[in-house]
Design a protein around this ligand. Structure first.
Ligand SMILES: *Cc1c(COP(=O)(O)O)cnc(C)c1O
Length: 426
């Protein structure tokens, strides 16, 4: 980890050219890498030597970008994945097998909820969902002897609850398991979960990190702090020999980076959710301005939230950085520089009014996306969360009138004017 400030890391970390090399990180658009001897290639396959041999396992462009995100989060190792979904899946599957169990905050991204509650259940990995404001007793009651991890989102998409990272970390560690935090909405510019006790951080880089809505991608970062050997019986995949690598034991061979190395050389080898080097390059361009964009996303969103809060046609506004918000105290603690550009609100009236309001917007586009430079809106109950029933929606913190507004980095007065004209039409 470098000692630079986060802004400098956004620009400088990850790739450092040697004498005479390109100043800007090259795109290594090659599936494969050449070696002079069979023997050396063999050592790479046995993990006895490190080096590139096939892009499904590792690629220099993607590795440079992972190294930048690793430095931003303050971790020891990181890998890129082809999507945020792949990152969520790998982060759990790396330490869970059939029969295992995970405790998760109930307010998480809809896609993550499906993955956990439906698809991973088919693999025999079960989840218990707890309210983000569960008491310590309620949290402890959710654990079973098979529990292998705790999961939550720094700022939940789209419920906008702020995770009490210290509380979740304490419960996880009391049961000898790591806390995995999805830090997509906050980004390391506004929150670094490792500083509050999280052990693994994941991202959908598709959102603010890319920032321009060009490339779907994900990332997993390992803090290197979790002691797998202290609970060796819970994590046999890390602490006992892997037959698929001639008996390598990850914690012995790779020390603090054991979790991340296993995810790369075993899960990525076998499942192959690898990003295209070209997409890693786009992500890298986005990361170079992440600190500037986050600042503007946050100041614009706060101004929009304050405006909507005073609008007679708006029933409620939920934005963690609003002083009147239920999440404000947690946001002050974990997100003092600002939360993100996303807020949710409800227009007074029926579900049809919400839809009519959205259809009247001109600047803000209706898209299945959030967290890029352009202002956009989504109605989760009819889009991302439409497969959930009312009870599931309620526990995910999504009411049927909830409109998710992702405030971009345009001039804030233009954004407010657009919202006002659409509200005037209903
Ligand atoms: C979008 C999102 C994901 C899924 O990421 P993809 O890149 O779309 O696969 C996961 N978590 C959060 C918080 C998200 O917003």
């Amino acid at each position: 980890m470098s000692s630079y400030h986060v802004e400098t890391k956004c620009v400088q970390s990850g790739y450092s050219p040697k004498n005479g090399e390109p100043r800007v990180m090259p795109i290594v658009q090659s599936t494969t890498f050449k070696y002079d001897s069979t023997e050396q290639m063999g050592r790479l396959f046995d993990l006895e030597e490190s080096g590139y041999f096939y892009t499904r396992l590792a690629n220099p462009t993607s590795d440079n970008v992972a190294a930048k995100i690793c430095d931003l989060e303050g971790g020891v190792a990181a890998m890129l994945t082809s999507s945020g979904q792949a990152a969520s899946f790998y982060s759990i599957f790396n330490i869970c097998s059939a029969g295992d169990h995970v405790v998760s905050s109930s307010t998480i991204y809809g896609g993550t909820y499906n993955l956990f509650a439906v698809t991973m259940k088919r693999l025999g990995i079960l989840f218990t969902f707890v309210s983000p404001d569960a008491s310590e007793e309620e949290m402890n009651a959710a654990f079973t002897p098979e529990t292998k991890a705790v999961f939550g989102e720094t700022i939940a998409n789209p419920a906008m609850t702020v995770l009490d990272i210290e509380k979740f970390a304490k419960a996880a560690h009391a049961h000898g398991v790591p806390l995995i935090v999805d830090n997509t909405f906050a980004t390391p510019v506004n929150c670094r979960p490792f500083e509050w006790g999280a052990d693994i951080v994941i991202h959908s880089t598709t959102k603010y990190m890319d920032g321009h809505a060009t490339s779907v991608g994900g990332c997993i970062v390992d803090s290197g702090k979790f002691d797998w050997n202290a609970n060796a019986d819970k994590f046999p995949g890390l602490t006992t020999p892997d037959d698929s690598y001639h008996g390598v034991t990850y914690t012995e061979r790779f020390g603090s980076a054991a979790y991340l190395v296993k995810a790369t050389v075993q899960l990525m080898r076998d499942l192959g959710s690898v990003p295209a080097p070209q997409n890693s390059f786009y992500l890298s361009l986005g990361l170079e301005t992440l600190h500037l964009r986050m600042e503007r996303h946050c100041s614009n969103a706060l101004a929009v939230a304050k405006h909507l809060q005073n609008h007679p046609k708006v029933g409620w506004v939920h934005y963690p950085s609003l002083p009147s918000d239920s999440e404000f105290a947690l946001a002050q603690k974990y997100l003092p520089k600002g939360s993100c550009g996303v807020l949710s609100f409800g227009v007074k009236g029926t579900r049809e009014d919400a839809v009519a309001f959205m259809d009247h917007l001109q600047l803000a586009a209706i898209v299945t996306h959030v967290a890029d430079v352009r202002t956009c809106v989504l109605h989760p109950a009819s889009h991302t969360h439409r497969q959930m029933n009312d009870a599931e929606l309620a526990s995910a913190g999504v009411s049927s009138d909830l409109i998710r507004l992702s405030v971009g980095i345009e001039n804030v007065n233009d954004i407010i004017e657009d919202l006002d004209q659409a509200l005037a039409s209903i």
